[in-house]
Design a protein around this ligand. Structure first.
Ligand code: 13P
Length: 249
C-alpha cells in the first residue's frame, strides 16, 4: 500500500540557528503518526539537520540534485554527496527550479535517472501554470510533464518515485486548488500512470498535493482518496502549523 507523506519544502529559508530551532520544536511536538514526515532544509544545513534528527522519525530530504556524478558543475550537488551525509530522497522538478533555473523536462529526466541509479528516492514535482488551467490544457500539460520525465523508466523504478502535484498558480499565493480540483487531477495522474504501466503500479504510487496547504485546509484536501499527503512550503516553516498539518493526515 502506498505511504502517506507530509513533507516540508523549506526553499531558501532558515539560517543554521533557525534550522536547529525549528527542528528541535518539530521533534518535540511531532504527533504520533503512520505518515512519513520529511523536511528539506537548504543544502548548507543538511548535514546538521541529519545529525539533529538522528533519533527522530523525521526524515531529511534535499531540495535538488545534479545529474552528473561529479566534476565541473559550480554550485551543484551530486547524488553521492547526499547519500554520503545520510540523505536518500531528493525533490526534483520543483516549479521554481523550472521557472527560475531553466530546468526542462529533458534535464529533469536526466536527474531522475541519475538519482535512481544511485538509489536516491525521487520526489518529482510537476503542475500547470494558471494559463494552462484557464485554457483547459492542464491535463495535457501534466500528462506531458510525467511522460517526458518518468515514463521511460522501468516499472521497477517506480518503487522509489513519489509524485507531488503542485499547480503553479497555487504556490505561495494563498490560493489553493479546491479539494475537488486536487482529487480530479490526482485521479487523472493515477489513471495516466495506470495506462502507461498498470493499475497495480499506479495504485502503489504516493501522490502528494502542494500549493498553499495550511492547517485550515489540510484535512479536507487529505481526505480525498487519491491525495496521499502534501508538500508544504510556507506553512512548513512554522512548527505549530506544520504539526497541525501532520495531525490532519
Ligand atoms: P506553499 O505551501 O508556500 O504554497 O508552497 C508550496 C510548494 O511550493 C511546496 O513545494
Amino acid at each position: 500500500m502506498r505511504s502517506k507523506i507530509v513533507a516540508g519544502n523549506w526553499k531558501m529559508n532558515k539560517t543554521l540557528e533557525q534550522t536547529e530551532t525549528l527542528l528541535a520544536e518539530l521533534s518535540a511536538k511531532l504527533p504520533d503518526t503512520d505518515a512519513e514526515v520529511m523536511v528539506s532544509p537548504t543544502y548548507v544545513n543538511l548535514t546538521g539537520a541529519v545529525r539533529s534528527l538522528e533519533s527522530s522519525k523525521i526524515e531529511v530530504i534535499a531540495q535538488n540534485m545534479h545529474f552528473a556524478e561529479s566534476g565541473a558543475y559550480t554550485g551543484e550537488i551530486s547524488a553521492e554527496m547526499l547519500l554520503n551525509i545520510g540523505v536518500d530522497t531528493a525533490i526534483i522538478g520543483h516549479s521554481e527550479r523550472r521557472a527560475y533555473f531553466g530546468e526542462t523536462d529533458e534535464i529533469l529526466a536526466k536527474k531522475v535517472v541519475a538519482a535512481l541509479a544511485k538509489g536516491i528516492r525521487v520526489m518529482f514535482c510537476f503542475g500547470e501554470e494558471l494559463e494552462d488551467r484557464q485554457s483547459g490544457k492542464h491535463f495535457k500539460l501534466v500528462e506531458s510533464q510525467l511522460r517526458n520525465a518518468l515514463f521511460s523508466l522501468d516499472a521497477s523504478a517506480w518503487s522509489k518515485i513519489i509524485l507531488a502535484y503542485e499547480p503553479v498558480w497555487a504556490i505561495g499565493t494563498g490560493e489553493t486548488a479546491s479539494p475537488e480540483q486536487a482529487q480530479e487531477m490526482h485521479a487523472f495522474i493515477r489513471k495516466t500512470i495506470g495506462e502507461a504501466y498498470n493499475t497495480a503500479l499506479a495504485n502503489g504510487v504516493s501522490i502528494l498535493y502542494g500549493g498553499s496547504v495550511k492547517p485550515a485546509n489540510a484535512e479536507e484536501i487529505f481526505s480525498k482518496p487519491d491525495v496521499d499527503g502534501g508538500l508544504i512550503g510556507g506553512a512548513s516553516l512554522v512548527a505549530d502549523d506544520f504539526v497541525a498539518i501532520i495531525k490532519a493526515i
